[in-house]
Design a binder for this molecule. Structure first.
Ligand code: ASP
Length: 449
């Protein structure tokens, strides 16, 4: 059987829900349905989750929340109107929303989680009711009953290992189970959410828990593009990629699928397919453990801006025991995390996310490095972008780095840094931000038709 997850845009209106019903009815093996809260109906609209966050903010400031409650209730009612949903379900949803107003604020660590999670919880009840009204044997299952036990970290929960054991028993369900995404329960019985966009994580956890044959993640694009469509006119859709390739692309800004959602499916070796609710017959993008990479060594080209590089050069650095450790312990003392650290015989570059530094911190850091490390050269470069060429096939194929650097050189793009990860799944180029778009286009047309 399969686990399907529908994102907020797929459940934003009655029209969208109609497409979801058709997708579920089309394949009787789609037994586990994970849902997000209703998302945006158009660009100007507000997601139910964002209304709920506003409700939480108002509540802790002691402000009136009734208007927000009625705005949210209307979102569900607008969807329900087109279907013959049992009246009891709508009463249940309204009561749930009304109760949020009375939750205690003082000493309630999980207040935000409880408020925000109601978005998916009520939507799961509504979708189950809609499916029942269509004659489908569907029912709502609460994450606690399903066995989604999570760590006690408000807004940032992680699944506990023991949860998988509990979920197994649902594997042979005859009914279609509708499970709200985005949250689980702590061992103490508190509602606790994953990070934002976390319904993808629930889908992956459920797929691993019931050992599904496939996890289908329905969203509003035809799949994962090989490069940013804002930079390339109609880039190719990636048909198949491995978990490792996905991880590398996600790191550099490919955000179709939540980062943390890969792990449970990866460990359980369950393939994931990203599909489009608005175009369900399109094959989508499949994420698997291995792929045949002979035809196309590169699957995608990603980029991310906002990096700063600190370059340190010291003659005979290679003979100085503990050199790197001292550099890293200075970073640790400053509370800074680094992203990459390519090194040579006598030099080392440390690449950090620029948003961690401000002018004062930066000056102090450079002063400390100069004093403690005594380098021959110490330089800082701002406004860097990282370009990643990603593909498992590059390992077997000679010349991918050469093809990339030659293409960049032809466009006179200066490389501040080159780093080939030890896994050889990606090559990374550090370049100046202004040349990012040009670099992506040049590399894309080097590896794709
Ligand atoms: N509704 C939540 C959010 O907007 C979770 C999700 O949709 O995945 O972040």
């Amino acid at each position: 059987m399969k686990v399907v997850k529908f994102g907020g845009s797929s459940l934003a209106s009655a029209q969208q829900v109609q497409k979801v019903i058709a997708i579920i009815a089309d394949d009787p093996t789609r037994k586990f349905v994970v849902v997000s809260a209703p998302g945006k109906r158009d660009k100007e609209d507000t997601k139910v989750t964002d209304h709920l966050i506003a409700l939480y903010d108002a509540k802790i400031k002691g402000k009136e929340v009734q208007d927000l409650i009625s705005t949210i209730a209307k979102r569900y009612a607008a969807i329900a109107k087109s279907f013959h949903v049992d009246e009891k379900i709508m009463v249940d949803i309204t009561n749930h929303l009304e109760k949020l107003a009375d939750l205690p604020v003082e000493g309630n660590e999980f207040l935000k989680d409880e408020i925000v999670a109601s978005g998916e919880d009520n939507n799961a009840k509504l979708i189950a009711g809609i499916l029942q009204a269509q004659g489908i044997n569907a029912r709502y299952v609460n994450p606690k009953d399903f066995g989604i036990i999570v760590s006690s970290e408000p807004g940032n929960a992680r699944i506990l290992f023991k949860a998988y054991q509990k979920m197994k028993k649902w594997a042979d369900t005859q009914d279609v189970l509708i499970i709200p995404g985005f949250f689980g329960y702590t061992e103490g019985g508190q509602v606790c959410t994953f990070s934002r966009g976390g319904s993808d994580i629930t889908g992956s956890i459920v797929a691993a828990g019931v050992k599904a044959e496939l996890y289908e993640n329905f969203t509003d694009v035809d799949g994962i593009y090989a490069a940013h469509p804002g930079y390339i006119h109609k880039p190719e859709i990636i048909k198949e990629l491995t978990y490792r390739e996905m991880r590398e692309l996600a790191y550099a800004g490919f955000t179709v699928f939540h980062d943390e959602a890969l792990m449970p499916s990866y460990r359980a070796k369950i393939p994931v397919v990203i599909k489009n609710t608005n175009n369900p017959h399109c094959q989508g993008t499949k994420i698997t453990t291995t792929r045949d990479a002979t035809d196309n060594p590169v699957v995608g080209i990603a980029s991310d801006e906002g990096f700063t590089m600190i370059y340190i050069n010291k003659y005979l650095m290679n003979r100085e025991i503990g050199f790197t450790r001292r550099v890293l312990s200075i970073l640790e003392d400053f509370g800074l995390s680094y992203e990459h650290m390519p090194s040579g015989i006598d030099d080392i570059s440390i690449i950090l996310r620029a948003n961690q530094l401000d002018k004062t911190l930066e000056e102090e850091l450079l002063r400390t490095l100069a004093y403690e490390i005594d380098p021959d050269e110490l330089r800082i470069t701002h406004d860097l972008s990282m370009i990643m060429v990603v593909g498992e096939g590059m390992r077997q194929r000679v010349g991918c780095t050469a093809d990339s650097t030659a293409a960049l050189a032809r466009k006179k793009i200066n490389l501040e840094m080159i780093n080939q990860g030890s896994s050889e799944v990606s090559i990374m180029f550090g370049i100046h931000k202004e040349q990012e778009k040009l670099a992506i286009r040049t590399l894309y047309y080097t590896f794709f038709d």
